[in-house]
Design a protein. Structure first.
Length: 353
């Protein structure tokens, strides 16, 4: 393999601390008590550092939805049949999915990338069919992906961010679709953190108690089978991940390398974000976290990343829906920061020193 195969190890852009300090000083001059806007103030200051300007703006969000099937579905880990992956791709295109509604309501461009469903002959309009394989392999018995498939999926994430940048995107959102992907995300997260499946595995799309126990048992078997291959994050991703998980991880790293803040969705995206940080720790400052979901392992993964999510709505849908819901909060944080008057501008008496 050539050095270019490891593009994800290339340096990421560093936040502009000087602009962050300038934004912090501005926040202290705005017509409000110090800290009165809470987390919105910290968000605006952080975006100022990331965008390298005192008055940050989010005008062009971009959303890519990565889809792929999972061989581990054969182990009975999902409440839905595998055919739902392709059916939901059609639903995204027809505007009937939650993320379709949210994207349309906010005029956010939504692109769909089919990395590899079981139907390799699938051809849908306005979908990029990369066909990396008929879904991943069943990782209870073999690695989920070959080295080449894993690298191609990572690069698919990079390519999506390149398209976003070409369209002048200033915020990158990602969603995912793939029946069985909460199992893959949980297995990957267990390998990366050392946490047990019982701590991270939840109902996903709606498993009952016995279904969750089955999922935990399957993940335990996979962790034992691959135990000698899980020390390096890239190998863990290859053995236990999914096409869309690898694409997400690649996208998050590419965002940091290209200087675009990334808005991370729910449990599956957070597992991919954790993998991205393990692959390239420099990407972490560029990751904003949209919400704390209802999936029991999500809060634990957010703690691993020392992340403070913007919303707490009990979501467990995926698709990028939580990220889309958080976009107005981020935009309003910027508008408050840039639009409010300072005490001097408004001729309002400031606090005595």
């Amino acid at each position: 393999m050539t050095d270019t195969a490891f593009w994800w190890q290339n340096p990421c852009r560093m936040p502009d601390q000087q602009m962050g300090q300038a934004a912090q000083q501005r926040q202290q001059q705005l017509t409000k008590p110090t800290g009165a806007l809470g987390d919105l103030e910290a968000l605006a200051i952080r975006l100022a550092a990331l965008q390298a300007k005192e008055l940050p703006q989010i005008n062009q969000p971009w959303l890519t939805l990565f889809a792929g099937d999972h061989g581990v579905v054969a182990e009975g880990v999902s409440a839905y049949p595998q055919a739902v992956t392709v059916q939901m791709l059609r639903n995204f295109l027809n505007g009937g999915a939650a993320i379709s509604v949210l994207a349309k309501a906010q005029n956010i461009p939504l692109e769909v990338v089919d990395l590899g469903t079981v139907d390799l002959h699938l051809s849908l309009p306005n979908v990029q069919h990369l066909r990396l394989g008929p879904g991943t392999a069943n990782f209870v018995h073999q690695p989920a992906m070959s080295v080449e498939q894993c690298q191609a999926a990572l690069q698919a994430g990079q390519a999506a961010v390149q398209r976003a940048k070409a369209n002048r995107a200033d915020l990158f959102l990602a969603g995912e679709m793939g029946i069985g992907n909460t199992t893959a995300a949980t297995a990957l997260a267990c390998a990366l953190t050392g946490l047990a499946p019982a701590q991270l595995a939840g109902p996903g799309t709606g498993l009952d108690h016995s279904g969750v126990q089955q999922k935990q048992a399957v993940i335990n078997r996979a962790l034992q089978y691959h135990q000698d291959q899980l020390e390096a994050p890239l190998q863990a991703l290859q053995c236990l991940g999914g096409f869309e998980l690898a694409a997400l991880a690649g996208a998050y790293i590419a965002c940091a390398q290209m200087g675009i803040p990334a808005l991370v969705d729910g449990f599956i995206c957070t597992a991919a974000a954790l993998c991205a940080v393990r692959l390239n720790p420099e990407c972490q400052p560029w990751l904003l976290f949209a919400h704390a979901g209802a999936e029991q392992g999500h809060v634990l993964l957010l703690e691993q990343l020392q992340a403070k999510p913007l919303l707490h709505l009990g979501l467990r849908l995926g698709e990028g829906s939580g990220a889309a819901l958080a976009v107005p909060i981020i935009q309003l944080a910027c508008q408050l920061h840039t639009g409010m008057a300072t005490f001097a501008e408004a001729a309002v008496a400031d606090r005595p020193l």
